[in-house]
Design a protein. Structure first.
Length: 74
């Protein structure tokens, strides 16, 4: 079965840009646990879209900065 927006996918919300882009960190049925820049949220998969290349780079840069500053996995 093909799981849209599986773990590790860079995504953005379809209805708002308030969340900014994020990275999927977990899947629970039709819901995705997403690490956005300022918080973690559980969002229905159908409310997400693939992040644009610019959005994906934005999240990757943020994750690198967090890892460098605090270590661990973000």
């Amino acid at each position: 079965m093909n799981t849209p927006h599986g773990p590790g996918s860079f995504v953005a919300h379809t209805g708002t840009d308030v969340y900014g882009p994020g990275k999927v960190i977990g899947v629970d049925g039709r819901h995705r646990r997403v690490r956005f820049v300022h918080f973690v949220a559980t969002v229905r998969a159908e409310d997400l879209r693939a992040a644009s290349p610019r959005e994906a780079r934005e999240v990757q840069a943020w994750l690198r900065a967090r890892k460098q500053r605090y270590g661990g996995e973000w």
